[in-house]
Design a protein around this ligand. Structure first.
Ligand SMILES: C[S@@+](CC[C@H](N)C(=O)[O-])C[C@H]1O[C@@H](n2cnc3c(N)ncnc32)[C@H](O)[C@@H]1O
Length: 282
């Protein structure tokens, strides 16, 4: 079920985004109880994505075959939820971070799912089959890939388009940076934001510091404070802000026939602040 790309160690890719998630969801920080609770909370958090995918992709495609590819699949929670929901026949999740890949392996075993292949490596090194009913890039993955080098944005969108079969879908979840950009303009180009996590999470708080970098991108540095401990963990990544129309134009340029922007995952749910969804069809 789990495959490691031998290529990972020889990627030679220097951009900080390739290593930003290196220690995330390290199994060493979980015991059996916290692991189970954490997994359940992560599965629950995907119900909105699964409901959306059923409504807009599965029920909207007479030839739905259940072949799904996820880029930046993290702990594979969404793929697991999709398999358990009966809409997935086979899936590949590409994830750069070895710690997240190991977590995904343990998570899949724990849930007893069998149709998900967790690949540890860059999705751009993955085989393009042109057989996917759906390619998923949720939770800022696209915004994380684009800044890594000048060709990354085009390569990513071409790869996703070519991975889709005819009438297949590509699903993106993106953050809207308009408010952040406005706040940056008011705070001399540097912004500090605190976040608190739910009690299942080994980390209690995160302090995020945001600043503009280059012409298009935003450097996002995070300091995590562990629960009931003085332990700290740091990481930083660079994200590319996308305007809704501009992102749809990019998708059309690589060949997608149709793009729709949704402000939240389901009609009965309020969207996360500043998050939007783009569904493209080949
Ligand atoms: C913000 S996280 C989202 C994880 C997951 N999709 C979720 O919703 O929880 C982005 C993930 O994308 C991974 N990633 C970034 N660039 C990647 C690439 N080129 N190939 C595979 N994974 C990548 C990162 O390691 C990170 O785990």
């Amino acid at each position: 079920m789990v495959k490691s790309h031998a290529a990972l160690s020889s990627l030679g890719k220097a951009h900080i985004n390739y290593h930003a998630y290196d220690d995330v969801e390290n199994m060493k920080r979980f015991d059996s109880e916290s692991f189970q609770q954490y997994c359940q909370s992560k599965l629950d958090s995907c119900d909105k994505h699964v409901k959306f995918i059923k409504e807009h992709c599965v029920n909207n495609n007479a030839s739905w075959g259940g072949n799904i590819v996820e880029i930046g699949s993290g702990n594979s929670k969404l793929l697991i939820n999709l398999e358990q929901s009966g809409v997935l026949n086979s899936a590949i999740g590409y994830e750069l971070s070895e710690s997240r890949n190991r977590f995904a392996e343990a998570f899949c075993t724990h849930e007893g799912v069998s149709c998900i292949e967790n690949v540890c490596g860059d999705f751009l090194d993955g085989e393009v089959t042109g057989n996917a009913d759906l390619v998923i890039a949720v939770d800022i993955v696209a915004q994380l890939v684009s800044p890594t080098n000048p060709e990354a944005e085009n390569k990513m969108l071409d790869w996703i388009y070519n991975q889709c079969k005819k009438n297949g879908f590509a699903l993106f979840e993106l953050w809207d940076f308009e408010k952040i950009k406005a706040q940056l303009a008011l705070s001399e180009g540097k912004l500090n934001v605190w976040e608190a996590f739910s009690k299942e999470d080994p980390f209690e708080f995160c302090l995020a510091t945001l600043s503009e970098t280059g012409e298009r991108d935003i450097l996002w540095q995070k300091k995590f404070l562990k629960r009931d401990s003085t332990e700290r963990s740091f990481f930083e990544h660079v994200l590319r802000p996308y305007d809704r129309d501009d992102f749809c134009q990019l998708l059309k340029r690589v060949g997608f026939a149709q793009t729709i922007v949704y402000e939240h995952w389901n009609d009965d749910q309020n969207g996360e602040a500043g998050e939007y969804i783009v569904l493209a069809r080949k």
